[in-house]
Ligand binder design. Structure first.
Ligand SMILES: Cc1cc2nc3c(=O)[nH]c(=O)nc-3n(C[C@H](O)[C@H](O)[C@H](O)COP(=O)(O)OP(=O)(O)OC[C@H]3O[C@@H](n4cnc5c(N)ncnc54)[C@H](O)[C@@H]3O)c2cc1C
Ligand code: SF4
Ligand code: SF4
Length: 240
């Protein structure tokens, strides 16, 4: 069974919890809100699947990797699209195509007062919530199982996430179902802990005496492409 002795050997992707047929693994937050697998030994049959699927495993399947990476630079021509995304809006362009052919898009959105979670979208309106970087570890919840179900149902699926999340999903889905799965990972310097974000929101709301109703981790319209400033709107109105 999976046992994390070094926190750096786990990104909280949920591949191990998703593959366990006995639901023996619960993803449990640590003091900073980072998710780690916790095994209920009374349910575990020691089948070893959870260790095998983990992308931090030395035997992680790289057979589908290109021998040489192929690199292109791109951004959308439509400046409105670019302004609504964090970077060049390539995610929006590719996800537009997937939705146009009847596919499903998964990405990072919000729930419960700006808690960052992965969600499923079937329309462009739902997908739009995924635009923009959220600099927090996203809670994957049962998303991996939903992705596999969609693929088994014959749907085309686009999943967008951090490189460690996409590699975990890639491993969990397996080579047989990979044909209809499009993975987009982002250039990533790492994710801050969810509780840091939760507590920062609480601190700001206390300081201002008002509730936050809108957030943008990097507001291009106000601060351009390069600035790294979080922007908040409070229910008293105005941006901070
Ligand atoms: C945690 C994090 C670290 C980053 N580090 C770097 C960096 O070091 N250098 C750099 O150049 N750029 C970094 N980025 C920016 C990233 O490369 C851009 O977001 C990307 O280029 C998006 O381009 P876009 O305009 O096509 O996407 P957008 O339309 O802005 O869409 C953003 C996409 O990112 C996904 N996403 C957003 N937040 C998260 C999250 N918390 N977890 C998983 N997926 C998420 C969404 O699902 C969506 O698909 C980082 C982004 C994140 C989320
Ligand atoms: S599969 Fe993912 S969540 Fe499980 S131990 Fe490996 S990195 Fe952590
Ligand atoms: S060894 Fe098998 S049964 Fe035990 S936690 Fe891992 S996947 Fe579940």
């Amino acid at each position: 069974m999976i046992k994390i002795t070094n926190p750096a050997d786990c990104c909280g992707c949920t591949a191990c919890a998703s593959i366990c047929n006995h639901d023996a693994i619960t993803m449990t937050p640590d003091a900073l809100g980072f998710f780690y697998p916790e095994v209920d030994a009374s349910k575990c049959t020691d089948c070893g699947l959870c260790e095998k699927v983990c992308s931090f495993n030395d035997n992680y399947d790289t057979s589908l990797n290109l021998t040489e990476p192929v690199a292109y630079g791109a951004r959308q021509k439509n400046i409105d699209e670019v302004m609504r995304s964090r970077s060049g809006a390539v995610f929006a362009a590719i996800s537009d195509y997937i939705l146009d052919i009847g596919g499903i898009v998964y990405g990072a959105g919000y729930t419960d007062h700006f808690r960052v979670v992965h969600k499923r979208a079937t329309t462009k309106e739902e997908r739009d919530e995924f635009r923009g970087s959220k600099y927090v570890q996203s809670d994957m919840n049962t998303i991996f199982r939903q992705v596999k179900k969609d693929l088994k149902d014959g749907l085309t699926v686009l999943f967008s996430g951090t490189p460690c999340q996409t590699s975990g999903l890639n491993s969990y889905v397996g080579s047989k179902l990979r044909n209809n799965l499009v993975l987009i990972d982002l250039v990533c310097h790492g994710v801050p802990g969810p509780y840091l974000w939760r507590d920062y929101i609480a601190y700001l709301e206390k300081k201002e005496g008002a509730s936050i109703v809108w957030v943008n981790f990097r507001d291009k319209e106000q601060f351009g492409w390069k600035a790294h400033k979080e922007t908040f709107k409070f229910n008293m109105g105005g941006a901070k």
